[in-house]
Design a protein around this ligand. Structure first.
Ligand SMILES: Cc1cc2nc3c(=O)[nH]c(=O)nc-3n(C[C@H](O)[C@H](O)[C@H](O)COP(=O)(O)O)c2cc1C
Length: 249
C-alpha cells in the first residue's frame, strides 16, 4: 500500500533539490489527505463495471428532438456537480454553467442563435463544412432551444479576476472545460435524459444575454430533457477500437 500520510510528501531539504524548489519556499506547505473513498475491487468486478459502463455510454446519442416535459432542477444540479468533478489545469476549475428554464430567456436565446446560425449556414460555412454536416440533417432552425425544459450554457473562464481587478491566469482551459463537458454529457445520459452539444457560433451573444463577465467565453449550449417520442437520430457508426487506439509504438 502506498503511504498517503502528509509526511511522505513534505518537500525534501536535500542538497540535490532542484533550484526551482526555492522559488516557492515562501508559500505555505501544501497539504495532503489520504486518497478518499478508494478501495481496490476484484478484477472480475472491474471488468463487469467497465463493460457495463461502456455499453451504457455506447447507447448515448446526441438528440435534437426534445419533449417539453419538465425536468427537476436537482437533476441539472447533479449533472453540473458531476461536471465539476473534472480534472483541470492547476485545479483552476475554469468552467461555469448557466442553467436556464425561463421560457422567455430560452426564446431570446433561440432567436439570437437562429439569427447567427442563418448567417453561418448561408454565408460563413465553407462548402466542405456544409457537406460534412449534411448527414446530420441540421439547419439554422433550433426548436430544441425552446422545447427542452433546460438549456445549460457552458462558459470557459479564460482567466480569473482578483478582487482588485487584476487577472489570475488559468491553465489548459480548453482541455479542462472539454473534460467537464464530457462528464456533464455522461451524467445526463446516466440519469436517463438526453442532451445536444450545440455550438451556435459565434456565441458572443450568450455572454451579453446571460450577463457574464468579459473573462468568460461561451463554449457549448446544452439543451437537456426527455427525447420526444418520435425523436430520430442520424444513422452513424463509431470508429472501432483499432482505429482509435494504439498499443505501444
Ligand atoms: C464541440 C461539439 C460541437 C457540436 N456542435 C453541434 C451543433 O452546433 N449542432 C448540432 O446539431 N450538433 C452539434 N454537435 C453534435 C455532433 O454533431 C454529434 O456529437 C456527432 O454527430 C456524433 O453524434 P452522437 O453524439 O449521437 O454520437 C456538436 C458536438 C460537439 C462535440
Amino acid at each position: 500500500m502506498p503511504k498517503t500520510d502528509a509526511d511522505s510528501f513534505t518537500r525534501p531539504a536535500s542538497p540535490a533539490e532542484p533550484a526551482y524548489k526555492a522559488l516557492t519556499r515562501h508559500l505555505p506547505e501544501p497539504r495532503f489527505v489520504p486518497l478518499p473513498g478508494y478501495t481496490r475491487i476484484a478484477q472480475a468486478q472491474m471488468l463487469a463495471r467497465a463493460e457495463a459502463f461502456y455499453r451504457t455510454m455506447d447507447q448515448r446519442r446526441t438528440t435534437r428532438h426534445f419533449a417539453t416535459d419538465p425536468v427537476p432542477k436537482r437533476l441539472i444540479e447533479l449533472a453540473i456537480l458531476t461536471a465539476g468533478t473534472a480534472p483541470s489545469g492547476a485545479h483552476r476549475q475554469p468552467w461555469r454553467f448557466v442553467a436556464i428554464d425561463d421560457p422567455r430567456l430560452k426564446a431570446r436565446i433561440r432567436a439570437a442563435a437562429e439569427e447567427e446560425e442563418l448567417k453561418t449556414y448561408s454565408e460563413r460555412m465553407t462548402d466542405e463544412w456544409r457537406e460534412a454536416l449534411h448527414p446530420l440533417g441540421t439547419d439554422h432552425v433550433k426548436e430544441h432551444l425552446t422545447d427542452a425544459p433546460w438549456v445549460v450554457v457552458l462558459f470557459a473562464e479564460k482567466f480569473g479576476l482578483r478582487p482588485d481587478g487584476s487577472h489570475r491566469k488559468n491553465y489548459y482551459v480548453d482541455e479542462s472545460v472539454g473534460i467537464a463537458a464530457g462528464l456533464f454529457v455522461a451524467a445526463i445520459h446516466m440519469m436517463g435524459l438526453v442532451t445536444l452539444t450545440h455550438t451556435p457560433n459565434p456565441m458572443g451573444f450568450l455572454r451579453e444575454l446571460l450577463g457574464r463577465g468579459t473573462n468568460e467565453k461561451a463554449v457549448l449550449v446544452l439543451p437537456v430533457g426527455y427525447p420526444r417520442p418520435d425523436a430520430k437520430v442520424p444513422e452513424l457508426r463509431r470508429l472501432p477500437l483499432e482505429a482509435i487506439a494504439q498499443w505501444n509504438a
